[in-house]
Ligand binder design. Structure first.
Ligand code: ATP
Ligand code: MG
Length: 270
């Protein structure tokens, strides 16, 4: 279960814990703006954790840190027991080299608000490209797995389409299949339905519900779809001003939040 965790100073050895993701005292600043302020939280394997909070509270920044699209100013991030942005050297921690980062990041897949499919490649190849070129999978195996994943997202008959021939909802389902094709341990989802026409949202959320309920993948999800969050989450983390101000089971957070800022936020979005 996710929750707050005690801050520990980086000392060289990644803490031996069961968590899949661990943020320890993570601070991220953009100029004078402290976006994450000594943030601690953990996500256990197989759990579905949802981040909620006001616009600008740092939710996307957390996911971007996990994708190593940006680096923390202070603190450490651990993924499956390995430091993400640090390496151990002479009993201490130093910034990790690109090879180390690439290895640890293989555990993580992300689906963005904008689907970012390769427009010049057919659907099947959009999904097989990274498994073949990054994981070294044979084309036959990658094709077979991609077809299975397209069935999972309800697009088994669209292997030969180009992205521009699909609706936004279909493109987003391809993007979900593409992320899963890399066999990540954790799937990051950042407002994946917010760029879609309203009538396409339900289909994408149904696919994600299905994945949440039928696979053991860990999910870290940012969404404004509160009913969806309630359905799939084991834990909801409420962020404000760079910190987790409240966390717990969705039944608790959505019905009897303890923090006044959580109450205000939920009354504005529900
Ligand atoms: N590359 C950047 N350069 C400067 N400031 C940034 C950068 N990325 C994010 N920020 C700032 O960090 C803060 C947190 O942004 P972030 O995108 O993480 O918020 P968010 O919680 O995802 O918001 P939203 O709900 O609107 O998506 C904002 O104040 C934003 O302006
Ligand atoms: Mg965001």
């Amino acid at each position: 279960m996710a929750g707050t965790a005690a801050t520990t100073a980086p000392t060289g050895t990644a803490p031996a814990t069961g968590e899949l993701i661990r943020f320890d005292g993570v601070t991220k600043r953009f100029g004078a703006n402290t976006v994450l302020d000594s943030l601690d939280f953990t996500v256990d394997p197989g759990k579905h954790v949802t981040l909620i909070g006001p616009s600008g509270s740092g939710k996307t920044t957390i996911l971007r840190l996990l994708m190593t699209l940006t680096r923390p100013d202070e603190g450490t991030i651990t993924v499956d027991g390995q430091y993400l942005c640090h390496e151990e050297k002479n009993g201490g921690l130093v910034p990790a080299g690109e090879k180390h980062v690439r290895e640890v990041r293989k555990n993580i897949g992300m689906v963005f608000q904008q689907f970012n499919l390769f427009p010049n490649m057919k659907v099947l190849r959009n999904i097989t490209e990274a498994p073949v070129h990054v994981l070294g999978m044979s084309q036959d195996e990658a094709d077979e797995r991609a077809r299975g994943l397209l069935d999972l997202v309800g697009l088994g008959d669209r292997c030969d389409a180009y992205p521009s021939q699909l609706s936004g909802g279909q493109q987003q389902r391809v993007a979900i299949a593409r992320a899963l094709a890399m066999r990540p341990k954790v799937l990051l989802l950042d407002e994946v339905t917010s760029a879609l026409d309203p009538e396409l949202v339900a289909g994408v959320l149904d696919v994600l519900r299905d994945i949440a309920h039928t696979t053991d993948i860990t999910m870290l999800c940012v969404t404004h779809e509160m009913n969806f969050a309630r359905d799939i989450s084991d834990c909801v983390l409420m962020f404000d001003e760079g910190k987790v101000i409240e966390s717990g089971h969705p039944d608790k957070i959505f019905t009897e939040p303890e923090n006044e800022r959580t109450r205000d936020f939920l009354s504005a979005v529900l």
